[in-house]
Design a protein around this ligand. Structure first.
Ligand code: NAD
Length: 491
């Protein structure tokens, strides 16, 4: 069965393009999928545009409660197919099966969240116009055709954060997952179809940005580009979208500070410092890749952290003893290796890792050992640039002011944490951090009702929460004069 989905039909690429998907943990082939060209993307945009029909299409006109009910059915179908979806996600990305299973659970929660919001969401708001005889109200409407572009680290999860609110709002979309990890997204589109979404509302193209992505940000029929990925591509899409003044929603990278004060719960801070950066081999936009630790405890804290990091066991996706998987591609592994080489040149001290594992079972995979650099400072590239791999840089600070200044000394502003036993200090620091998410004495949790997104160059807009739905809505003011009369202006 072909893998592009356009106007409610599964179809092959117009020019016959195909791509082999390999598991990055083993190098073995996972499957061969259709690879779109720009002609397919233009056709998909046309299908979405026709289905939306200026807001008169079947889906846009479907009552909100019925749209929400469809999202609930999708959640049920995802739960039914969880094992198979997690399996393909693990194979495409090289992550452990158990992590892929967590991801699918999160996807299901996201759909259930928007299903429950939708059932009760008020779309109209009355406004007091301050004059007799006027009824004034604000109406939320779907924005139109949405381009949804997703990365390879959490392929289905990132897609779900876009697809669920996009559909709830009544839009049509063209979705393009990363060319490296398409299988879970293909499965989602099948489930949307099975759940009864009208033809043309959901469209899927597979392929690279340069190969098929161009029209997603340049076609005049697209109203919104929602993108999760790298800063460089985000900047490019923003420029591409400018001539037709599209709304642009960007979830970009991060260089996230994890601040540990001397009065923190040591065991919790230490353990979470590992998870913060080494979860999913560091391929997490909110990874706590910069440890800022108070100088008075730094030496022992970092010694213990390095010892724990050395014990983390990389392994194959279905190995129950593995504690972390591979990187998602050999190309990405080469980038991480180059980044570590740069750290050495810059004079950071390598405390552990800095190499591929020597386990012969992992020799064909894109594995990299958890790596810690200390003696770092914010003038170094490795402290400023995202590695998106299992690499931690350690800086020290002496005062609260210094900790905040170091934490904010980056172009990014996605997420970060502060660890302290002093509640007042936690509140002060949280208020001063220029970040979209601040964890106090925790790292990484998120919930669907809370907005997610970045300050500064970590992005524009928010996913999840109320704003995550508003991203996909237009706002219309309707003014009704119940006692029309001449204005008298030119009398
Ligand atoms: P990437 O920017 O290389 O690619 C992301 C997506 O954009 C892919 O689907 C890719 O094919 C597509 N793309 C690339 N060029 C394009 C173009 N010209 N037109 C249209 N589409 C194009 O990112 P990646 O390497 O897949 O993902 C890693 C990056 O994503 C990291 O920087 C990470 O921080 C970021 N990320 C951010 C969040 C967040 O919530 N802020 C979440 C996950 C990942």
């Amino acid at each position: 069965m072909p893998e592009l989905f356009i106007a409610g039909r599964w179809c092959a690429a117009a020019d016959g393009g195909r791509r082999t998907i390999a598991c990055p943990a083993t190098g073995e082939e996972v499957g061969v999928v259709d690879e779109a060209s720009e002609a397919d993307t233009v056709a998909a945009i046309g299908a979405a545009y026709d289905a939306f029909a200026d807001g008169t299409g079947t889906w846009a006109s479907t009552p909100l409660a019925a749209r929400a009910a469809l999202l609930g059915r999708v959640a049920d179908l995802l739960a039914r197919d969880k094992a198979e979806i997690a399996r393909v996600e693990a194979l495409d990305s090289g992550k452990r099966l158990v992590e892929a299973e967590f991801d699918v659970d999160d996807v299901i929660s996201g759909f259930r969240h928007y299903a429950s919001v939708g059932a009760s969401a008020a779309t109209d708001r009355a406004v007091d116009a301050g004059r007799a005889g006027i009824s004034s109200r604000i109406v939320k409407e779907p924005i139109g055709v949405c381009s949804l572009i997703t990365p390879w680290n959490y392929p289905l999860l990132q897609a779900s954060w876009k697809v669920a609110p996009c559909l709830l709002a009544g839009n049509s979309f063209v979705l393009k997952p990363s060319e490296l990890t398409p299988h879970s997204t293909i499965a989602l589109i099948r489930l949307l179809d099975e759940a009864g979404l009208p033809a043309g509302v959901a469209n899927l193209v597979l392929g690279t940005g340069p190969g098929c992505g161009g029209p997603l940000s340049s076609d005049a029929r697209v109203a919104l580009v929602s993108f999760t990925g790298s800063l460089a591509v985000g900047r490019h899409l923003m420029a591409q979208a400018a001539p037709t003044v599209k709304r642009v929603a960007l979830e970009l990278g991060g260089k996230n500070p994890n601040i540990v004060f001397a009065d923190a719960d040591r065991a919790a801070a230490l353990d979470n410092a590992l998870t913060a950066v080494f979860l999913h081999s560091g391929q997490v936009c909110s990874a706590g890749a910069r440890l800022l630790v108070e100088a008075s405890i730094a030496e022992d804290f970092v010694d213990d952290l390095v010892e724990r990091a050395r014990d983390i066991r990389p392994g194959l996706p279905f190995d129950p003893d593995a504690q972390t998987g591979s990187l998602t591609s050999a190309t990405h592994l080469a980038k991480v290796e180059a980044y570590v080489a740069r750290g050495l040149r810059e004079g950071a001290r390598l405390r552990c890792g800095g190499a591929r594992p020597d386990d012969p079972r992992l020799a064909d995979g894109a594995f990299y050992l958890p790596t810690v650099f200390d003696r770092c400072h914010s003038g170094m590239d490795i402290v400023q640039e995202e590695s998106f791999g299992p690499v931690l840089t350690v800086e020290t600070f002496a005062t609260e002011d210094e900790a905040v200044a170091l934490a904010n000394d980056t172009i990014y502003g996605l997420a970060g944490a502060v660890w302290t036993g002093d509640d007042a200090r936690a509140d002060r620091v949280a208020a001063r951090l220029r970040l979209g998410t601040v964890w106090i004495n925790d790292y990484h949790p998120y919930v669907a009702p809370a907005e997610w997104g970045g300050y500064k160059q970590s992005g524009i807009g928010r996913e999840l929460g109320e704003l995550g739905l508003e991203e996909y809505q237009e706002t219309k003011h309707i003014w009704r004069n119940t006692a029309p009369a001449p204005s008298g202006w030119f009398a």
